[in-house]
Write a protein that binds this ligand. Sequence first.
Ligand code: 5RP
Length: 225
Amino acid sequence: MNQDQLKQAVGQAAADYIQPHLEEDSIIGVGTGSTANCFIDALAKIKHLFDGAVASSEATAQRLKDHGIPVYDLNSVGSLEFYIDGADEINDHLQAIKGGGAALTREKIVAACSKEFVCIADDSKLVPILGTFPLPVEVIPMARSYVARELVALGGDPVYRQGVTTDNGNVILDVHNLNIQSATALEERINAIVGVVTNGLFACRPADVFLMGTQEGVKTLKAKD
Ligand code: 5RP
């Protein structure tokens, strides 16, 4: 299987995973990216089994609507049973780096509101230590230079993602060469910098289950202690 087929396999596996739990008033949290898109396409086939979805980006909202799946404002719903999303990197504690698609803040908000975060990705995303993928940080535009200096002081090499404005009207700094030994401590440390909206470490709220696409089929991983 090529990478696109692995993404389709995990998208379908996520739909199969949640299907037995769906009720007519269920609302699903949906992530952003090419793997999340495969999940949306699989979800569309069972749209008669649930009420609708909360989207983590404008792009995801549009894809859901194109499939005829109602999209709700997060403020109009309670907590969600499931959040399904991809990742740029994930370790065996199911801590992840996300934000390659610049949707990290809304992704983190929807994940926070969800009882179970199901991460879907192919096995190339599983890493022993997070940080080879540059860590995205969403920043208020006027704070860009200040935040960049603070990130350098933490040992990183921030690079301004040219030409990208997030759905929230902000900019992204991609931080290279971070030494991520304690992902939770670093997530909290970066989020404490004034001007940072959030960073792409999903460590304080890691995934609960990882559906990993491999050549031998989709494997279900839970966090190692
Ligand atoms: C978007 C994300 C995505 O989940 C992440 O970038 C993975 O994307 P893809 O499934 O296209 O590899 O965090 O902000």
